[in-house]
Design a protein around this ligand. Structure first.
Ligand code: 13P
Length: 253
């Protein structure tokens, strides 16, 4: 059975103190409230990774993710953070290929394939993001476009490697806009992505891959989204910055 996962992506938010306060609130609420079997991930800026990992390590359902990693393992790459560095903080996951990094840092599917390889080699779980812009959605090519993102960044993996990857479908037009994909639109896409995975890796692997939805997911719409057959949780931006909202989303299965 595939895992249910709710991951927060804090993006460029929270100073050290603010991040620690938010993480402690979430950790405290989770102990009392979140069902066993739901894995919760906090995607923090690099500065918080170690402190938040220490704070959450006693809760086996609470994990920490970096929001990106370098395409290099070490060397003269000023400002980069490698997968080994991320692993050494205690983090277990890394978000790869978020649309904001694709857009503002020109990350390509080929570079993202390298990041996925490095993360897997280091024993980190990649949360691989994909999703189409409004133009592409309106042209009707969204399935082909997102399928190609998977093909170019993930289809070189072995089955064993792919079994460790989590996918997040985040339509760009729904990110931070307050416009959520309808549960039917999201389900249609998740089903298509699962079918696409099956063409390369087989039905069983596709069935066991967690595919998260991201894009204006909130306490008010999470239940309906997570109730869809092919939606296994969410990657949450804005609502992950409020402990109450985030924990309510984690409780929406
Ligand atoms: P919002 O939840 O703020 O729309 O952001 C989604 C997202 O980009 C998560 O990675």
């Amino acid at each position: 059975m595939r895992k249910k996962i709710v991951a927060g992506n804090w993006k460029l938010n929270n100073t050290m103190d603010e991040g620690l306060k938010l993480a402690s609130e979430i950790a405290n609420m989770m102990n009392d409230e979140v069902k066993d079997g739901v894995s919760v991930v906090l995607g923090t800026p690099f500065i918080h990774l170690n402190a938040v990992s220490n704070l959450t390590k006693t809760n086996k359902n609470l994990n920490v993710a970096a929001q990106d990693c370098s395409t290099h393992e070490s060397g003269a790459y000023t400002g980069d953070i490698s997968v080994a560095m991320i692993k050494s903080t205690g983090a277990s996951h890394v978000i790869i290929g978020h649309s904001e990094r694709r857009e503002y840092h020109n990350e390509t599917n080929t570079e993202l394939a390298t990041k996925v390889d490095l993360a897997l080699k280091e024993g980190l779980t990649p949360i691989f993001c994909c999703g189409e812009s409004l133009d592409i959605r309106e042209s009707g090519n969204h399935e082909a476009f997102v399928s190609q993102q998977l093909t170019e960044s993930l289809f070189h993996l072995s089955e064993e490697q792919m079994s460790k990857v989590v996918i997040a479908y985040e339509p760009i037009w729904a990110i931070g806009t307050g416009v959520t994909a309808s549960s039917a639109q999201a389900q249609e896409m998740h089903k298509a992505l699962r079918a696409h995975l099956a063409t390369k890796f087989g039905d069983s692997l596709a069935e066991n891959t967690s595919i998260l939805y991201g894009g204006s997911c909130k306490p008010g719409n999470a239940k309906e989204l997570f109730g869809q057959a092919d939606i296994d949780g969410g990657l949450i931006g804005g609502a992950s910055l409020k402990s109450r909202d985030f924990v309510d989303i984690a409780n929406s299965f």
